[in-house]
Design a protein around this ligand. Structure first.
Ligand code: 5GP
Ligand code: MG
Length: 497
């Protein structure tokens, strides 16, 4: 597979969803929840439900709307459900890696949907294998499922430091044991016979929030946009290190593992999250607009118009325009439906490259000096063709402004940010990148400017983000061998063979 339209950006994160809603069609609600989270993963989708007796599931490769239909939703009975959208971060693309995982345990069914990446997955996998546990896939998510399938004592040696009191709920004990041994990023939604559980790693690397349905019932989702979609009210974030249980007693909170600092992935603000979602009490669109405004203050340009690379850079471009006083206009039309095409283009089509996805709006660009705003440059596949499209459309000058800092370090916490080698800002300085993408000028938002723009709401007492891809400061210790700069293949692909 090749071509810039297939390779742009790091890959999306995953989306998870969970619901307890008596008397409701939970499979259908989960379907619409996953639909709202489609931007977080387009490779596969799955739903598992429980009616208090048995569990049911359906999953497959493709978009939510390609995987599900009336016939396969109908058998998904019950009042409890979880769902998952996946873009693989570990494990090769294969149906057997599609989530949710659903297995049978001594306490009945156990379903699991995971967003994130364990940095010690290899060791945990090894200790499972040594204990005689067979694994059917290559993902760290199956490792988590199998850890939860065993009694907590297996992992804690009877010494559960996370537990403040003795829990009668064995799933809580097991989750606490998991959180003792798992390192890295995990937002989990878990289905059992009688409850849905949700938890977030103690750093809160991946998002997860809680909502309430008006006629009873609770929902958890990666992003708040999925709550609104199904008519649920946003209540709050799941706190880092917290475990929530949703069942007929409503929502119960437990300490999973004490959180000493927060490190939400800052790339959620840059690209991943949907603009209407709320993170840390802030609307993503507003934060992106502030990032664009800050960029205009840091890197002004002599120009006539401001254009954003659709769709993700639109809020930042609006912010740049408002701050600079230069008019915002559309300069590119994007085919929103091309997505991940399964049809391999032939050589002649390949020449068309970026035109399969974007065309310039010549009437707006002709004779203009353009500020072209994008939210990020990662591998550098997108910016060059976008500059070229501006010139094809008649732009006199193209000044590229990026509303995040240069991405110089890989992510080991679940964002498939390629390898050092593939990160253009690891290999070239800013002038080198400018030449490569053919821009008249190029400037990035500073790291300080970005954190200023992300004005963390007062409502969030403890703040802090993971900005390792920009700063190289990882919030957890990373095994040295992962840093190999000469690595050719994406780290986790290689890790799992
Ligand atoms: P690059 O082409 O430099 O590798 O990536 C930057 C471009 O990809 C930007 O236009 C940005 O909006 C987009 N982008 C950033 N993150 C992602 C992602 O996770 N998935 C996809 N498909 N695009 C992304
Ligand atoms: Mg984009």
């Amino acid at each position: 597979m090749s071509g810039p339209w297939l390779q742009e950006g790091p890959h999306e994160e995953c989306g998870v969803f969970g619901i307890y809603a008596p008397q409701r069609d939970v499979a259908r609600l989960t379907f619409f929840g996953l639909y709202a989270l489609q931007h977080r993963g387009q490779e596969s989708a799955g739903i598992a439900t429980s009616d208090g007796r048995a569990a049911y599931s359906h999953k497959g490769m493709g978009l939510v709307a390609q995987v599900f239909n009336e016939d396969n939703l109908r058998p998904l009975q019950g009042h409890l459900a979880i769902g998952h959208n996946r873009y693989s971060t570990t494990g090769i693309s294969h149906l057997r890696n599609v989530q949710p995982y659903l297995i049978e345990t001594i306490h009945g069914p156990l379903g699991l949907a995971h967003n994130g990446n364990l940095t010690n997955a290899l060791q945990l996998r090894q200790s499972l294998l040594e204990r005689g546990v067979g694994l059917s896939s290559t993902t760290d998510s199956e490792v988590i499922t199998q850890i939860l399938a065993a009694p907590a004592e297996v992992w804690t040696n009877g010494n559960n430091k996370n537990s403040t009191k003795t829990e009668t709920d064995h799933w809580i004990n097991r989750l606490q044991a998991l959180m003792l041994v798992a390192e890295g990023a995990y937002s989990l939604v878990i289905l059992t016979r009688n409850a849905v559980y949700a938890t977030r790693d103690p750093l809160g690397l991946r998002p997860l929030c809680l909502g309430q349905l008006s006629n009873g019932g609770y929902v958890v989702a990666s992003e708040s946009c999925a709550l609104l979609t199904i008519g649920a009210k946003y209540l709050r974030e799941v706190k880092p290190g917290e475990i929530l249980r949703l069942n007929e007693q409503g929502v119960t909170t437990f300490v999973g593992r004490v959180s000493t600092r927060r490190a939400l992935c800052i790339f959620e603000y840059v690209y991943f999250a949907r603009p209407d979602s709320i993170l840390e009490e802030q609307v993503i669109h507003t934060v992106r607009q502030q990032m664009g405004g800050q960029l205009a203050r840091e890197a002004p340009a002599e120009a006539d118009i401001v254009v954003g690379v659709p769709d993700s850079a639109t809020p930042a471009a609006i912010g740049y325009s408002l701050e600079s006083g230069l008019p915002y206009t559309e300069g590119l039309t994007k085919n929103r439906y091309i997505g991940r095409t399964f049809i391999e283009p032939d050589d002649a089509l390949r020449q068309l490259g970026v035109h399969l996805k974007y065309n310039p709006l010549t009437s707006n660009l002709k004779g203009k000096r353009v500020v072209l705003v994008d939210d990020s440059i990662v591998r550098g596949n997108t910016a060059g063709p976008m500059v070229q499209l501006m010139r094809e459309g008649g732009a006199l000058e193209v000044h590229v402004r990026v509303s995040s800092p240069p991405v110089r370090h890989p992510c080991f916490m679940g964002v498939d940010m390629a390898t050092y080698k593939q990160l253009i800002a690891h290999n070239l300085n800013i002038e080198g990148i400018r030449q490569q993408i053919g821009a008249d000028t190029l400037a990035y938002l500073s790291l300080k400017g970005m954190t200023t723009a992300i004005r963390e709401a007062l409502a969030v007492a403890e703040t802090g983000h993971c900005d390792a891809c920009f700063s190289g400061n990882y919030p957890i210790s990373i095994p040295v061998w992962l840093f190999d700069e000469n690595r050719e293949k994406p780290i986790f692909e290689e890790m799992w063979g």
